[in-house]
Design a protein around this ligand. Sequence first.
Ligand code: HEM
Ligand code: HEM
Length: 194
Amino acid sequence: MTQGHDEVTTGAGQAPVYSPMARRFHWITVAAVFVMVPLGFAMSYRGNTLNIWDGVTDALYSSHKLIGFLLLWLTAGRLIYRLVHGAPPDEPTLEWWQKAGSHLLHWALYGLLLIVPLLGWIGVSLFPSLMVFNLFGLPPLASPDEVAAKRVLAIHGWLAILLALLVCAHIGAALFHHVIRKDGVLRRMLPSVK
Ligand code: HEM
Ligand code: HEM
């Protein structure tokens, strides 16, 4: 893991923070994931559980596919940026296990941010249900196979739940650092730090 390149040192004697670009990537991702998880459950509940397959359900599915597809490419770009530019050195007061734990969690989040939308895309290719708002179709990644589609979309759903649980742990850790440990971890990723 490259460390220590993509840092911005702020103010006199202040610890380095993530670059504006890294922070932009982070907060756009947060907004997208916060929309995608409830949207996924809402559309699936309306369609599969309530059995309502109208224009609203279709629009919910289309939005989910479109935002998820864009998030996949955003994550790919973010990962390239991260691998090329690295991250600021760890907050200096952290224990070794806090550094190890946060790195593990961050890379697990990156992995799921790639795998979850990719499985969604493979799932709708297999179904097939590639149309977005009746305007255009996503490029297919596999030929039709409805049984496989259901299996892939079930795994997609479970991994999305895992992603949501890891995000909760990540937010819990950020709040722990800010409120209880009162160190500089949260500040490193705040959008407003110049
Ligand atoms: C990070 C991005 C994504 C997240 C967090 C996410 C999350 C979810 C969640 C929480 C569900 C509901 C699962 C359930 O009901 O058990 C779901 C369902 C679904 N997702 Fe995604 N999703 C993402 C990306 C995508 C993409 C890119 C596509 C397709 C291009 C997609 C297609 C679907 C489909 C078709 C379903 C419904 C499955 C069904 O009707 O049973 N998702 N997603
Ligand atoms: C969908 C929600 C979120 C996802 C997927 C996510 C993902 C990530 C990832 C992948 C990193 C590692 C950055 C890197 O080193 O390349 C990171 C860092 C960070 N995130 Fe999040 N994040 C989310 C929400 C949040 C929220 C809501 C907060 C604040 C309450 C937050 C605070 C932070 C902080 C402070 C760091 C830097 C940690 C450090 O200095 O090592 N994140 N996040």
